[in-house]
Design a protein around this ligand. Structure first.
Ligand code: AMP
Length: 282
């Protein structure tokens, strides 16, 4: 497995690959865990070559967010990627990706970014779309793999490739969880043992709602239940909880009329912002 840090070097590698070989791509910000591992495994199984990028993209962080302290551990990440059978880790510097200061281009996100994480993190999804577009141009993959943990991101990227005619399939992969249910995240590394214990409430809430969905009469009632659960946790501050129609991310009118309800939650656990989501229909 090779670690490549410049676009020129990657282009030399890419141009030597025969046309008929399928290339799978897994973009990440590093500090890899089994959630990332599952995407790499799927790519290795479905493609001839797999490229994993490790790039902490500055344009998707807000001014008060954790860009400076985001965990960096490239050699450990490269070991994991190698053990899973991928061929290249592409780990460019910010200057390599943005040789001039990042353009202020605004992408058409069709209001998909107006709710959930987009409402809490202005410009976040614009930064995501910016970097994923650049990485698609550079890597030139056939298939790309993204986790459903970032469900809104996945929807926005599917919209991007459709609208911009990128010749890339965007493939969504299921959320990988710790055995207690907590969705795996690089940011879980920030949690103290007490915070981690309380953070379990996020997935517990989602699974409880899914398993008892028929007993709730309205989304308001579900929300009241969620607020009450969170109120009991000293270290958790709710950012949002929503039940939305999965395909459109529109608010649902009534529970009975909703075909594909999907629950989304984000909360601060101490200073760490965590997200999770779950399909509520069978
Ligand atoms: P990140 O390094 O956080 O930018 O994530 C890189 C990719 O891994 C994104 O497509 C995420 O959705 C995906 N990912 C992160 N955590 C998980 C998880 N627990 N299960 C599945 N995919 C994940």
């Amino acid at each position: 497995m090779e670690i490549i840090s410049t676009i020129a070097e990657y282009r030399a590698f890419r141009s030597a690959i025969p046309n008929k070989k399928k290339i799978g791509f897994v973009p990440t910000m590093g500090a890899l865990h089994e959630g990332h591992g599952s995407l790499v495994r799927q790519s290795v199984a479905e493609n001839d070559l797999t490229i994993v990028s490790v790039f902490i993209n500055p344009t998707q962080f807000g001014p008060k967010e954790d860009l400076g302290k985001y965990p960096r551990m490239l050699s450990k990440d490269a070991e994991l990627v190698k053990s899973l059978g991928a061929n290249v880790v592409f780990a460019p510097s910010p200057d390599e990706i943005y040789p001039v200061s990042p353009s202020q281009i605004l992408f058409s996100l069709r209001d998909l970014d107006k709710k959930l994480c987009g409402a809490s993190r202005p410009n976040h999804f614009n930064g995501v779309v910016q970097v994923v577009s650049l990485l698609f141009h550079i890597i030139q993959p056939h298939n790309s793999y993204f986790g459903e943990k970032d469900f809104q991101q996945l929807m926005i990227l599917k919209q991007l490739v459709k609208e911009q005619h990128f010749p890339v399939n965007v493939i969504g992969c299921p959320i990988i969880r710790e055995k207690e249910g907590l969705a795996m995240s690089s940011r879980n590394l920030y949690l103290s043992p007490e915070e981690r214990e309380e953070a379990l409430v996020l997935s517990q809430i989602l699974f409880f709602i899914r398993d008892n969905f028929a007993r709730f009469s309205s989304v308001e009632e579900i929300k009241r239940f969620v607020y009450e659960q969170i109120r009991q946790k000293e270290r958790i501050q709710l950012d949002y909880f929503e039940v939305l129609e999965e395909d459109s991310l529109e608010e649902i009118a009534t529970i009975e009329k909703t075909e594909k309800p999907h629950a989304f939650i984000a909360a601060f656990c101490g200073k760490t912002r965590l997200i999770d989501n779950l399909v509520l229909f069978p």
